[in-house]
Design a protein around this ligand. Sequence first.
Ligand code: NDP
Length: 251
Amino acid sequence: MSAEPSSGVAIVTGAVRGIGRAVCLELARAGYRVVANYRGDDELAQSLVSEIAQEGGHAVALRADVTVADDVAGLIEGTLSTFGRLDVLVNNAGITRDTLLMRMSETDWDAVLTTNLKGAFLCSKAAIRPMMRQRSGSIINLTSVVGLVGNAGQTNYAAAKAGLVGFTKSLAKEVGSRGITVNAVAPGFIETRLTDVLPDELKGTIQTQIPLGRMGRPEDVAGVVAFLASPAARYITGAVISVDGGLFMAT
Ligand code: NDP
């Protein structure tokens, strides 16, 4: 990895908690000026900005719902007017609405596909304009191992996350000639609000199946995102990197 701190600008969507928060902190430590996107919790957003400032970094919090095109346009405009450029987009915002397909409502299907897949489409589309002008940039999509191997009770989530893999590879082919890389990170089970809701018994069972013997921490994912954003990853595009403690090894 480059020893030089970056002077780049990074947007992280859904940034105020969990993996997004860890990614913001990691990118700020690497020297990026960070735009922490959030959709509602002003207090958490401000606490993240303060934490980054206390560590000597630079960040602003910008409110936007990634499913709303006008909000996303505002997010990109706000970034450019604040910092003048855009180097990294981390499509992290995501939700789950788990249940078996037989019981899944159309609302739950639409909510998960709209946030996890359309959100990444809207943000990437808006972000590649300034990146193309700069002829450089990096987009990193948070998919999931569930999008690679499937999971009962998560047909909506798995479809969205698998969709993100196809999206990542296709966009990588579209914009590679403009110096823009597009990659995906596929976490396994990471300790955040998303996995807090799992029954303890299930968490115990999962843990015994993970070769590294523990669930992941948000920082475990953030390090890989920061690597993909860094100059050290300049020749990587269209890749999907699993960060799952070895739980799902490719055959
Ligand atoms: P969290 O629930 O902790 O964080 C998700 C964040 O996304 C929240 O801050 C949430 O905002 C935000 N968000 C949701 N919808 C929107 C929206 N429409 N606009 C803007 N922000 C939004 O989850 P994680 O940190 O665990 O997950 C982060 C990403 O990693 C997700 O894409 C998830 O699918 C993926 N992932 C997580 C795994 C895990 O084990 N934790 C495993 C594999 C993938 P708010 O606070 O307002 O709800």
